[in-house]
Ligand binder design. Structure first.
Ligand SMILES: [Zn+2]
Length: 290
């Protein structure tokens, strides 16, 4: 009987869906069975393990309880191994409580760009334009980043999703601040490694970036669906991306200072470079950090 109702619901939604590229338009859950409906009139069953479902939480302490790192844009290093489950990002009853960060022409999409992976979307704005939080959440990082983001804000949302806003001319929120969808996080700019003024916007799950267009229609700023499935395949690019990071030793550098600066352990640097904690660092040596 339940199955009959489910199929009837699918048929109704199916009738009203329209084809325009494959994006999920709705998700129907009955116990462990979840069906995802796409706008190209296809659907599929997903066997979702309860642990893989990212559910909305109302309590801010629960989202800051794990991996709450406030001095780095990453709470953990991005890792493909962390993507093996299909996740459903659930916006719950908060379906209308969102704001697209800034409206503008899309300069660059998520994907490979001149041989390098571009892990967000670049949106046109003018210097000083207000950039707003996409959803309610807590600010995990707010400040300067040396690896290209410039002035950047990272917000963790109540369903586990994180969003990142980069190249800001000014940051207008602070770490641990509770923020509402639509509240200003900073002003548009071109700080860091930016080719002209724009917002670089990322969506991340467990520190792994995925295409923001799975969450938003970036042209209209409309949320794609109330429940958004994210598949391991959405992170396949990570298999081909070299996430290594290096530091060239300067005069006066110590292993401890380098480790602290890049938020890695001394042991990790030693292991990656085949050196000991007591090894003398020669100026100009290229040390692998991750
Ligand atoms: Zn970008």
């Amino acid at each position: 009987m339940k199955r009959m109702i489910l199929i009837a619901v699918i048929a109704i939604v199916w009738q009203f869906s329209f084809a325009q590229g494959k994006t999920p338009v709705d998700t129907i859950s009955r116990g462990n069975l979840t069906v995802i409906l796409y706008n190209d009139k296809t659907w599929q069953y997903v066997d979702i393990q309860p642990s893989a479902v990212v559910s909305p939480k109302v309590d801010s302490s629960s989202i800051t309880a794990q991996n709450w790192i406030t001095n780095s844009v990453y709470a953990q290093k991005p890792d493909y191994a962390r993507t093996k489950d299909t996740c459903i990002i659930d916006f719950g009853g908060d379906i209308n409580n969102y704001n697209f960060p800034v409206y503008g022409k899309i300069y660059s999409r998520f994907g490979m760009r001149s041989g390098k992976m571009h892990t967000g979307v670049d949106i046109e704005l003018s210097d000083g334009d207000t950039v707003v939080a996409a959803f309610d959440g807590v600010v995990r990082f707010a400040g300067w980043n040396n690896s290209g983001y410039g002035n950047v804000v990272v917000i963790r949302h109540y369903n586990g999703l994180e969003t990142l806003y980069a190249h800001l001319s000014a940051v207008k929120c602070s770490v641990n601040q509770k923020i509402k969808a639509g509240e200003c996080v900073g002003l548009g700019g071109s700080t860091g490694r930016a080719n002209g003024t724009h917002l670089h916007f990322e969506t991340r799950l467990k520190d792994n970036a995925f295409d923001p267009e799975l969450v938003f229609n970036v042209q209209t700023g409309v949320l794609v669906a109330e429940k958004i499935p994210i598949y391991p395949g959405n992170f396949d690019y990570m298999k081909y991306v070299d996430n290594s990071e290096y530091h060239v030793v300067k005069s006066g550098d110590t292993l401890y200072a380098i480790a602290r600066k890049y938020h890695v352990s001394v042991k990790q640097i030693c292991d990656l470079n085949g050196i000991k904690e007591t090894s003398i660092l020669s100026v100009g040596k290229r040390l692998r950090l991750r």
